[in-house]
Design a protein around this ligand. Structure first.
Ligand code: ZN
Length: 139
């Protein structure tokens, strides 16, 4: 993760005091290979790295991060909520229904088509979320 991203997620800038749990959870979200993690994933990861931060604290910090606009929370069907750092780039998601794996994608074609469809109904899009629930093709 580069310095810019770190800076844009400066805790003080979003009005949060710097505490150990907040710093650790932010670092984890910035550095983890998996960009979408449940609160329990984060909790387990912290424990593995010797951080004694309780699950309730993890949930509380994630809720604060969400309110501060640092983190996006997704309630995909059939699973626990997953959290990701809000990097400011719009993307959509696919969820593997067998493994729970979350895959990001973005398609200019789909974006434009959605605007076109909304316009045909006399609307403009304020926001949208598109989730595809997928299963790996058998070969
Ligand atoms: Zn995502």
């Amino acid at each position: 993760m580069n310095g810019d991203a770190m800076e844009s997620h400066d805790l003080r800038k979003v009005g949060l005091k710097v505490t150990h749990p907040r710093m650790r959870i932010l670092e984890l979200l910035e550095q983890a290979k998996a960009r979408h993690m449940t609160a329990e994933d984060i909790y387990r990861h912290l424990i593995q790295h010797g951080d004694e931060i309780g699950l309730a604290t993890v949930y509380r910090v994630l809720t604060q991060f969400e309110a501060a606009g640092i983190v996006l929370k997704h309630n995909f069907e059939g699973g626990q909520a997953v959290y990701e750092l809000d990097r400011g780039e719009h993307h959509d998601h696919m969820v593997d229904i067998d493994t729970g794996k979350v895959i990001e994608f973005s398609s200019e074609e789909i974006e434009q088509l959605q605007h076109k469809i909304a316009a045909e109904h006399g609307y403009e899009i304020e926001e949208h979320s598109l989730v595809l629930y997928v299963r790996k093709k058998r070969r």
